[in-house]
Write a protein that binds this ligand. Structure first.
Ligand code: BGC
Length: 991
């Protein structure tokens, strides 16, 4: 007791010393990157804040953090969990909690005060909160529950027909066209009539085209978008649909179980918190209200290894007396379709596990946990699958099912027990929840065929359509989703392959009905609707945009409208694909966390959204892919194998990027062991790296040799490892990796670089890799730079890079002093270029440079997504070089502002909300004057490079800046600035 009074007095004294008004104030308090996160399980979480000030050149000199177990205590400065004391430091991010050990369900209220460089103290910040989750496995009292009954079908399942396109069918003597008969038309008719098997005989062909000879049917067709070429002997039974596809077509989906439990609240509730996890998806309800606004919870992981739980404060939803909890369980990634592998990838049963803790004012705690006393039934959701879509029969709704007093006598007992034989880890969700973030209105409505209405949302995106409809009970509205239109105006679904992407709503009748699905999403721009009774108004559908709701952090605009549209397309590509994991595409039967795509885009992605938590989570998914051969997956969660240079290297490149952008060294420490093991695996073939792989995926007009790519990536990630080892104090390792790099580099030169500095393959990507990853001697650099330029000229100033070349093409050109070429490539509108897709009306980034052409229409390739962000990896250059907003040092503690102006661009403006606060750059050229307005966050500095020379004055806010203040650096005038906003004008600007 004595001690605590003494403690309070000291606290008050220090507090008073800190409370006189200062020039800087702490704002935006975050814990583990989140504002007031609930239920975390990081035992020593990291705290960050930003600083605001009206004055320039502001810095933090010291801080003090208080953490208390209640808001009341915090308000009286009774820091019973942690008082950091006054810490002399300019650090305001990633400050590790060092107070009392934290226990399950602990509430941690905190605030911070800071001192500026002149010793002036700020007021205390607003209070912030984090709470701990269930830290011990024994904290889980709840059981896994579900409902395993296989119900009778109430609706005919939506029958899926195979997609078959006959390309060639010639029957007769092989290699003798005069003795063959063309059966293509016959087969097309057969397929159109729904017959997919036949016996190839003379009778079938209508005649014997080569009497006496051995006859063969040369057949070529596509099945679900995939090419098949077959040579089949006479009398063979031909099955156009393979057993694998047949299995996919015969998929049966089960209804979503609803579970419920009533309970009583006896007393005054201080707080009620619900912890929920699922094998499948769980949507919880309390007293008739959906809990939270998150979708697809608890998220996607390798469920065999770990499953996350979510935490919700439900205090406001409880009432005294009778209460009811309800839960709906969806198939999700657990039991639903994943990639083209079909259903049941993790299990064939689905489960939820929920635990409600009611803390009463009188200190009692009661737990309402899922167990065998809960009851179950099926409701209106007849089918729900991420790829197939949802079937909802509103006639089967059960009003008030999650309210107390609902009659559940017909409900059955739940089934209990995990759907997995080995229990995985149950952990707190570290990521960013998927939420609805925007609504889109229909821009056009057509009726290409009688009764078939096509709604155009004007934008390709991920989400679903909200349906608003009037009709009679039993009316069935079918909505098919797609990204493009066929020439006849119908919705193109071929490129979705086996993803049914169809939602069906069956009306209950009796007035307006409004419906949205719960457990599915689609990648689409168009919706083809059948079953509407009357001509629908446009607002029959509304587009609901969903994605991982990481804060948007930037803006970009410039004088070239094509680039503004490109920027918008890149952003929509990211929003559509940063959905629980960074996926390749949101529409077809793939939607996987492809590691190559992720690593090429991550730096761009980190400009557009605060992706720190999103990647904190995904990097665990990636670590979970490491196998006994120590290779990271080609996707995470892994579905189709491991390795491949440029893909599995994401295991090193992504942590490194998160460290750079957010000053996060913990991500290095956490994954260091895995990264080391992976790097060793890369060295198994000596200095050659991993060897074969996907290569410079989907490049056009040139192929970069796989061995060049393999060694280049090995060298690149080895350098990153040397840097990361050094940062976390592993000097020996840093030395070892540096030495390894020093050996790979000459090996690269000896193996692939000729005496003229020509790199094997002689492709744009090969030169970019050699130059950008620092693999050449000084002399070779100069030569390779010339070859790169020559390669661009040879393509008539077009790019020929694929996924791996795309992020480094423009940065390499900047590095070799050819910004003119970088701008030229970026602003090209002819094929292949970024501008080409924009010119064709794209609203997202395409998978291929020619996913669609005016001449050929939609590419026939089975792999043709219109929403694949990889080629959007030019965005980092648009931010760091066009706007000039770049990292000067780790976590934007210092900022490099070096815009490259001109090249037909007369103005550019934008901002980036870094972990330190907002950085902005807004430049324009007006006659002979160059204007540049910038802002630099408090507690950071910037090296500001004037992109133009001048014989005239350089003014800031109208006042001449003396030349003595500038330095010459990298051939430019450079000013070292502190925080604040500045408006420069350069007279007689010369570029
Ligand atoms: C995916 C890619 C991925 C690639 C690897 C494709 O099917 O869509 O984006 O990186 O496979 O080869």
């Amino acid at each position: 007791m004595k001690k605590s009074i003494k403690h309070i007095i000291i606290t008050i004294l220090l507090f008073t010393a800190l409370t006189c008004f200062g020039a800087i104030n702490p704002i935006q308090l975050r814990c583990e990157y989140h504002v007031n996160p609930l239920g975390i399980d990081v035992l020593q979480p990291r705290l960050s804040w930003q600083l605001e000030s009206d004055e320039r050149n502001q810095k933090q000199q010291a801080y003090r953090i208080l953490v208390a177990s209640s808001l009341e205590k915090l308000e009286t400065n009774e820091a019973d969990l942690w008082d950091s004391g006054e810490v002399r430091s300019d650090k305001n991010i990633q400050i590790v909690y060092e107070g009392r050990p934290l226990t399950s369900r602990q509430q941690c209220w905190w605030k911070v005060a800071v001192m500026d460089q002149d010793g002036k103290a700020s007021d205390w910040s607003e209070p912030a909160l984090w709470s701990m989750g269930l830290l011990e496995s024994t904290d889980w009292k709840a059981q896994w529950i579900g409902f395993d009954k296989i119900p009778e079908l109430t609706e005919e399942p939506v029958r899926e027909e195979p997609e078959i396109v006959i390309i060639k069918a010639r029957y007769g003597a092989p290699d003798n066209s005069s003795q063959q008969v063309d059966l293509a038309e016959k087969l097309k008719n057969l397929v159109a009539s729904g017959t997919y098997r036949f016996k190839i005989t003379n009778e079938f062909a209508g005649r014997d085209p080569a009497a006496g000879a051995k006859k063969v049917l040369e057949l070529e067709y596509t099945l679900q978008g995939r090419n098949r070429k077959l040579s089949l002997n006479e009398n063979t039974d031909v099955q156009l649909v393979t057993p694998k596809v047949k299995k996919l077509l015969n998929r049966r989906y089960l209804p979503a179980p609803h579970v419920r439990k009533e309970f009583e609240v006896k007393g005054t509730v201080a707080q009620a918190v619900m912890y929920v996890t699922a094998q499948g998806f769980a949507e919880m309800h309390l007293n008739g209200q959906r809990i939270g606004d998150e979708f697809f919870t608890p998220g996607w992981t390798d469920y065999n290894k770990r499953i996350y739980y979510r935490t919700y404060d439900v205090t406001d939803l409880l009432q005294s007396g009778d209460n009811a909890i309800g839960g709906i369980i969806g198939d999700g990634w657990f039991r639903g379709n994943v990639s083209n592998l079909g259903q049941n990838q993790y299990g064939d049963k689905i489960r939820l596990r929920s635990q409600l803790h009611i803390d009463y004012a009188d200190k009692r705690t009661e737990i309402v946990a899922s167990d065998s006393s809960w009851k179950a039934a099926f409701g209106p959701i007849l089918e729900s699958d991420m790829q197939a879509g949802e079937v909802y029969d509103a006639r089967l709704e059960m009003p008030n099912w999650s309210r107390p007093g609902f009659n559940d006598h017909q409900w059955a007992a739940v089934d209990t027990g995990s759907a997995l034989s080995t229990p995985p880890l149950i952990q707190a969700y570290p990521g960013v929840p998927v939420r609805r973030t925007e609504e889109l209105q229909v821009v056009q409505l057509t009726e290409p065929m009688l009764g078939v209405h096509v709604f155009d949302m004007g934008q390709n995106f991920s989400g679903w359509a909200r349906l608003r409809v009037n009709g009679q009970s039993g009316d069935k509205i079918v909505m098919k989703f797609g990204e493009m239109l066929n020439p006849d105006g119908s919705v193109h679904t071929k490129n979705l392959r086996s993803a049914r992407a169809t939602d069906t709503y069956i009306l209950k009748g009796g007035g307006e009905e409004v419906w949205e699905p719960d457990f599915t999403f689609h990648g689409f721009r168009y919706v083809e609707v059948t079953g509407l009774r009357n001509d629908p108004p446009k607002d029959t559908l509304t587009g609901i945009v969903i994605h991982s709701d990481a804060p948007m952090t930037s803006s970009f605009e410039c004088s070239n409208p094509m680039l503004n549209q490109l920027h918008s397309n890149i952003l929509w590509g990211q929003r559509s694909n940063y959905l629980e994991v960074p996926t390749d595409c949101p529409q077809r039967d793939e939607r996987l966390g492809w590691t190559g795509d992720t690593q090429v885009f991550i730096r761009s992605g980190s400009y557009h959204q605060d992706v720190a938590s999103f990647f904190t989570k995904w990097l665990v998914d990636l670590e979970d892919t490491l196998n006994e051969r120590n290779l990271y997956g080609k996707q995470a969660p892994v579905m189709h194998g491991r390795g491949s240079p440029g893909w599995s290297d994401a295991g090193i490149i992504c942590p490194w990027t998160i460290y750079k952008v957010y000053g996060d060294t913990r991500v290095i420490e956490k994954h260091y062991d895995g990264m080391t093991r992976y790097l060793e695996a890369c060295g198994r073939k000596g200095l050659n790296g991993l060897g074969n792989g996907f290569g410079d995926w989907l490049s056009v007009g040139s192929k970069t040799p796989l061995d060049v790519i393999s060694v280049a990536y090995y060298a690149y990630v080895t350098q990153l490892m040397a840097e990361m080892a050094d940062v976390i104090g592993k000097e020996e390792d840093a030395k070892k990796y540096q030495e390894l790099f020093e050996r790979i580099r000459p090996h690269f030169q000896a193996s692939f670089v000729d005496s003229d500095g020509r790199v094997k393959g002689n492709t744009q990507t090969a030169y970019c890799m050699a130059l950008y990853y620092n693999l050449l001697t000084e002399t070779q650099r100069k030569q390779a730079a010339e070859h790169l330029v020559e390669r661009i000229k040879a393509k008539d100033y077009h790019l020929s890079v694929g996924f791996l070349g795309v992020p480094i093409l423009l940065p390499t050109l900047t590095e070799i002093g050819r910004n003119d070429l970088a701008y030229r490539l970026l602003q090209n509108k002819t094929y292949p270029s970024w501008g080409y897709s924009v010119e064709q009306g794209a609203t997202t980034i395409w998978e291929r440079w020619n996913s669609y052409t005016l001449e050929g229409g939609i590419s026939k390739s089975s792999m043709n997504s219109f929403n694949h962000y990889a080629y959007g990896a030019c965005s980092e250059w648009m931010f760091d070089t066009m706007l000039g907003i770049d990292l000067g040092s780790i976590g934007y503690k210092s900022i490099k502002m070096k815009p490259e102006v001109g090249h037909d661009i007369t103005w550019a403006k934008g901002h980036y909300d870094s972990i330190q606060g907002r950085i902005s750059s807004d430049w324009k050229i007006e006659g002979e004057t160059f204007h540049w307005e910038i802002s630099v966050p408090v507690n950071t500095t910037a090296e500001v490079y004037f992109p133009v020379g001048s014989t005239g004055d350089i003014t800031e806010d109208g006042r001449v800046v003396p030349r003595s203040k500038f330095k010459q650096k990298d051939g430019r005038l450079m000013l070292h600035l502190g925080s604040g906003t500045y408006a420069f004008a350069v007279q007689n600007a010369q570029n």
